[in-house]
Design a protein around this ligand. Structure first.
Ligand SMILES: *Cc1c(COP(=O)(O)O)cnc(C)c1O
Length: 432
């Protein structure tokens, strides 16, 4: 691996860190080496730009700015007001939304605010079940959402393995939820927002889309947007979108005040202004033709990877994907998700085990894996490389034993190193 110098994307503050805290500085460098060395296929991860990293590492972190632009509880907010206004303008323009709140600290915090805005404890929400691709914050029992609210869950159909809208409608009529949530963490197909809007209207429910995973594809204009349909759309800024780790919410005008009050002061204190600045940088990046081309390539690569694995006997759930991720059933190759994840890890391939719909295994073992194309696409890989990636995954899963000394694992790591010469993560600007 090439050495990181203070002049690379860490910025001048890196030399100060190196001097004061060589332990942490060393770990930042070894994590960068890790991100550069492996094949990064975690569907919820990406590699944000040096410009975003610069904003994140800025002195905006020092500023208290409780409240909203022009209505703060602290003095000295003139500059951060401009930053937050730019972030809001860029978000509303990018998503053609009436209103944006860019303060949520994370996806889970954004979701907490959505509950706070529309529900009282004990009220009912209808959402996708976790084991069919939903998220912890959609009413799962270990989360605040399942402890404080009455959650009812829909799932996928046994035949198509895609969302069961008939079941959603039937449960909505039966339970009369205050809010219906669409979205999740392992949904490879497009979501029928029009149908969900109709169901919400039929039962008088708020329509909430948790777009954490796919909002980047919406920003890149390569899949339909939930914004025209939903009352409220929450999302993360660090997945396909490729911004800083954080959350945001866009909503209809009529909900603007309710959402803002739910984020602050109901659920959060001071906003992370360095992160708000980084979100603004990212929203501007996402409005470019280059990002739109990136989003299209993310889709093409995900489809190619899903098809490549399918050809090798690792079946994609729903038969493929319309998004940046695919979920695969490993039972055809006789390996469980836990072992597959460990074998891939030892071979330099970073992905996660995942429950598949109607999974006979416990969640900590699981019968599937989830793979995503955002990171490798940021590194410049295309459809052709996805064939190679599929073969490497298949070999790691079926021919290795989870130890890094295994001969085939070593061979795969060597092939990945060769591949990454042409598709580096964070190419060192000082190198050759
Ligand atoms: C990732 C994700 C979240 C949570 O985001 P965090 O930033 O990890 O809190 C919420 N909902 C969905 C659907 C997600 O995929």
């Amino acid at each position: 691996m090439t050495a990181v110098t203070p002049d690379t994307f860490y910025g001048p503050s890196f030399s100060s860190l190196l001097e004061r805290d060589p332990d942490i500085a060393g770990l930042l460098v070894s994590e960068l080496d890790r991100q550069r060395a492996g094949l990064q296929l975690i569907a919820s991860e990406n590699q944000t730009s040096p410009a975003v990293l610069a904003a994140l590492g800025s002195t905006l972190s020092n500023k208290y700015a409780e409240g909203y632009p022009d209505a703060r509880y602290y003095g000295g907010c003139a500059e951060v007001d401009k930053v937050e206004k730019l972030a809001i303008e860029r978000a509303t323009s990018l998503f053609q939304a009436d209103h944006a709140n860019v303060q949520p600290h994370s996806g889970a915090s954004a979701n907490l605010a959505v509950y706070g805005a529309f529900l009282k404890p004990g009220e009912t929400i209808l959402a996708m079940s976790l084991d069919h691709g939903g998220h912890l914050t959609h009413g799962f029992k270990v989360s605040f959402s399942g402890k404080w609210f009455n959650a009812v869950h829909y799932g996928v159909r046994t035949d198509t393995e895609d969302i069961d809208y008939d079941q959603m409608e039937q449960l909505a009529k039966e339970h009369r939820p205050k809010m219906i949530c669409a979205g999740g963490s392992a949904i490879p197909r497009l979501i029928d927002f029009e149908r969900i809007r109709a169901i919400c209207d039929e039962v008088g429910a708020i329509m909430w889309v948790d777009a954490a995973h796919f909002i980047g594809l919406v920003a890149g204009k390569v899949i339909p947007s939930p914004v025209p349909y939903a009352d409220v759309v929450s999302f993360t800024t660090h997945k396909v979108l490729r911004g800083p780790r954080g959350g945001a919410i866009v909503c209809k005008d009529k909900h603007a005040k309710t959402i803002d009050r739910a984020v602050f002061p109901m659920m959060q204190g001071g906003p992370l202004m360095h992160c708000v600045a980084a979100k603004a940088v990212n929203f501007a990046e996402c409005a470019t033709p280059a990002y739109q081309a990136y989003a299209q390539q993310v889709l093409d690569n995900a489809s190619a990877l899903a098809a490549g694995l399918d050809e090798l006997g690792i079946r994609p759930i729903t038969g493929g994907t319309d998004t940046h991720l695919s979920l695969h059933d490993l039972r055809g190759v006789g390996v469980n998700g836990r072992d597959a994840e460990a074998r891939c890890d030892a071979a330099g391939i970073v992905l996660n085990k995942n429950a598949i719909p109607f999974d006979p295994e416990k969640p900590n073992i699981a019968s599937g894996i989830r793979v995503g194309s955002p990171s490798v696409t940021t590194q410049g890989m295309g459809v052709e490389q996805m064939q190679t990636v599929a073969q490497l995954i298949h070999r790691a899963v079926t021919e290795t034993d989870g130890t890094s000394e295994h001969a085939v694992a070593k061979e795969i790591r060597g092939q990945i190193t060769d591949l990454l010469v042409s598709y580096p993560a964070y190419p060192d600007p000082t190198a050759g």
